[in-house]
Design a protein around this ligand. Structure first.
Ligand code: SAH
Length: 357
């Protein structure tokens, strides 16, 4: 018997041709796709397909190459975090957040991360591997299927690539993923409702500008100059803020999408009055939007959150310089919501259990 294929890796036309090889009519591909993307991840529940065909499909294809391990809901029910187990026993996480303008899902693009940012939990265990396109789609569909258990169909409106990993370091799989969820036969999501967050891999930002996919680009800046940035983000030894700004502006010129700069405030590192002044000056006429994130404190890290006074001062100094700035709503704090935090926390508990502590 041939090895099962991950059906979520396949575009509609690829699925059609695989079905043709099995002597199954092409129109079935659309039916199956429609089930999958509504969150039905079991062939036996696809009621317009005969039992015999369901069996043949189950033998040929895998659906969703991950299993739900744990789900945790925030106290107010607005955020739910999923921990998923992959086929090779690696663990990833994904978060669903309910906003007034629609449900948003935050997904991971890699297991662990190579970037080594000092405040980020995803880097703590190092890099393990890239996720496949199918594994990225599985996160959405598995979350959708879990959440549909209570409601009729759970709608996802926005996708943000802000879970574990650096999406531009897993470029091809990430682009294929975004194209597949944009497809009208897939999730039919508008590119405008997708946000890719990157620590600033400059050559890939130029490449992304040419993809003809007007997604929102968010740059994790976190510093007003290269010397502060080098202290917390190793990637800054490869790319300067000047180069990142030029690439971001090019992206804006090509796509018309306004760039967001993410800035996580860390006590005593990047949150001084003069840091806000310098940041504002540097942004100048670029027109970037700044999103201020009070840092989520992670275990084993020396970084602390800035005080409320410092946070408001920082925002005001930027506003006084006519910079467009907002503060991120903190939905995930009570459930270890920051990037990579839940997985890191879970791995810690798991190791303790193994040691019998
Ligand atoms: N690698 C990508 C995407 C993943 S991180 C990137 O660097 O953008 C998503 C966002 O969460 C980034 O802005 C990241 O810097 C931020 N982040 C990571 N750890 C955090 C923490 N402990 N508190 C607040 N934000 C954090």
């Amino acid at each position: 018997m041939k090895n099962p294929i991950d059906i979520l890796e396949l575009t509609l036309s690829q699925l059609e041709s695989k079905l043709k090889d099995m002597d199954i009519a092409g129109y079935r591909a659309k039916q199956i796709y429609s089930w999958l993307y509504r969150g039905t991840l079991d062939f036996t529940e696809m009621t317009n397909i005969s039992k015999d065909m369901q069996n043949r499909l189950s033998n040929r294809f895998n659906i969703a190459n991950l299993k739900m391990l744990e789900s945790i809901e925030s106290d107010d029910g607005s955020t739910i975090k999923f921990l998923f187990l992959l086929k090779d026993e690696n663990i990833i996480e994904c978060v669903v957040m309910e906003y007034s303008y629609g449900n948003t899902i935050c997904i991971s693009t890699q297991v662990g991360c190579k970037m080594g940012c000092s405040f980020c939990a995803s880097s703590k265990g190092g890099f393990v591997r890239d996720l496949s396109t199918g594994e990225m789609i599985s996160q959405i569909l598995t979350a959708k299927s879990e959440l549909s258990k209570d409601t009729k169909e759970y709608n996802i409106k926005n996708i943000v690539l802000m879970g574990s990993g650096e999406p531009l370091d897993n470029y091809d799989n990430t682009i294929k993923f975004l194209k597949m969820i944009h497809d009208p036969d897939g999730l039919n999501l508008s590119y405008r409702n997708m946000t890719l967050s990157t620590c600033g891999i400059v050559d890939k930002i130029y490449k992304l500008s040419e993809e003809n996919m007007p997604i929102t680009l968010a740059i994790s800046l976190h510093a007003p100059n290269d010397s502060i940035r080098r202290k917390i983000m190793p990637i800054s030894s490869r790319y300067s803020i000047d180069d990142i700004f030029k690439a971001s502006d090019h992206y804006f010129q090509e796509t018309g999408r306004r760039i967001t700069l993410e800035y996580a405030l860390i006590d005593g590192i990047n949150d001084r009055y003069e840091d806000a002044l310098e940041l504002g000056k540097r942004i100048g006429d670029y027109g970037f939007h700044v999103n201020i994130i009070p840092i989520n404190e992670i275990s084993d890290s020396v970084h602390r959150r800035s005080s409320e006074d410092t946070i408001s001062q920082f925002i005001n100094v930027l506003r006084d310089q006519n910079i467009n700035v907002s503060r991120r709503r903190e939905l995930g704090t009570s459930i270890q919501g920051a990037c990579g935090q839940l997985r890191y926390d879970y791995l810690g508990r798991y190791v303790k259990r193994l040691k019998g502590e």
